[in-house]
Design a protein around this ligand. Structure first.
Ligand code: P6P
Length: 331
């Protein structure tokens, strides 16, 4: 066989998500495969949501759903579609005992009382961008249950605190669809190849630069920010940093992860505890960013150390390059 063929055969087509998961599972001596299956269930749901989003303009699925989520926010049809896809995949996969979703008030019991895990998720973040074709995302967070296996799960399974997450990540439905997650051993990014229906490892070992030249916040609220944040934004302007804000947390977060930068959603008079939710937005992204070498606070305290007392609790969020986040604390 000539060298070209040998070289072609020896060149890997790429590591699929499934092969990556298997390799990680085999490194864990007593792994049962349940966690691996749970990750596959999340990936499957994301592929279906990808398909829904990419044909949204053609399938009468854009626009308002005609109801509000538990926070009084108007729900988009795609919000509900994504919620249904993820809850269904997690229920049918059998590994998850309960789900908390931004789109439902209480726990969603899957009936899998022998499931070892619970999942908190924002099925489709950035809803306001859905109809205008701007990147949106799914954010997820996985915990091992603290309630006894075989019994019904409870809220305590979700109120363990950010440092108890066993996995966290997001799916970005952008110019390409990417799944990015951590299990505490760094951050890895996978790009979806729609022609094969597979995610391929495209961003192994993702890290964020300590500094950065991008700041992301809704400057329309500047007058309502607390003075310290106002001073920080002025400093960003003085430095001629680049202002980039697309109103989609996952999109802004991912850009900053790749290029270095900071995202800020401080408390506001109309949102004294902040707008974002601790359990299924702040905690998971804080886990990812810390694993990538960055930082996340609520403007003063570390997100992952914040106590949680309710499943839809809100928090201010400052997240991104470590030096920039620490500067907000010191300014
Ligand atoms: P505002 C989307 O609704 C979201 O939760 C985040 O994705 C986004 O960063 C933020 O809210 C946008 O909020 O108040 O600037 O429109």
């Amino acid at each position: 066989m000539n060298l070209l063929k040998e070289e072609a055969i020896a060149t890997p087509v790429g590591i699929t998500l499934d092969r990556f998961i298997k390799s990680k599972q085999s490194a864990v001596s007593n792994a049962s495969g349940e966690f691996s299956q749970l990750l596959r269930d999340i990936a499957l749901a994301s592929k279906i949501v990808h398909r829904e989003i990419n044909r949204a303009g053609l399938s009468n699925i854009l626009g308002m759903y005609g109801a509000e989520n538990p926070h009084g926010e108007a729900q988009q049809r795609l919000d509900i579609s994504a919620h249904i896809r993820f809850v269904r995949a997690l229920r049918n996969g059998g590994e998850v005992a309960a789900v908390v979703s931004e789109e439902e008030e209480g726990l969603i019991y899957t009936g899998n009382h022998h499931g070892k895990y619970v999942v908190a998720l924002d099925p489709l973040d950035g809803s306001s961008n859905i109809d205008v074709n701007v990147s949106i995302g799914t954010i997820f967070s996985i915990y091992k249950r603290v309630t006894p296996i075989g019994t019904p799960p409870g809220e305590s399974d979700f109120l363990q605190g950010g440092r108890q997450q066993v996995c966290a990540g997001y799916v970005l439905y952008g110019s390409s669809t990417m799944l990015v997650y951590t299990t505490g051993e760094g951050v890895n990014g996978f790009t979806y190849d729609i022609s094969l229906g597979e995610y391929f490892l495209s961003h192994p070992g993702m890290t964020i630069r300590p500094g950065g030249s991008v700041y992301s916040c809704n400057e329309g609220n500047l007058a309502d920010f607390d003075e310290r944040v106002q001073r920080y934004i002025m400093k960003c302007r003085e430095r001629r940093m680049t202002a980039r804000y697309i109103g989609s947390l996952v999109g802004d977060f991912h850009r900053n992860l790749i290029k270095g930068g900071i995202y800020l959603y401080p408390a506001l008079p109309q949102a004294p505890s902040g707008k974002l939710r601790l359990l299924y937005e702040c905690y998971p992204l804080a886990y990812v960013i810390e694993q990538a070498g960055g930082a996340a606070t609520n403007c003063t305290d570390t997100i992952l150390d914040l106590p949680i007392s309710s499943i839809h609790q809100r928090s201010p969020l400052v997240i991104g390059s470590r030096e920039l986040v620490e500067e907000v604390n010191q300014i």
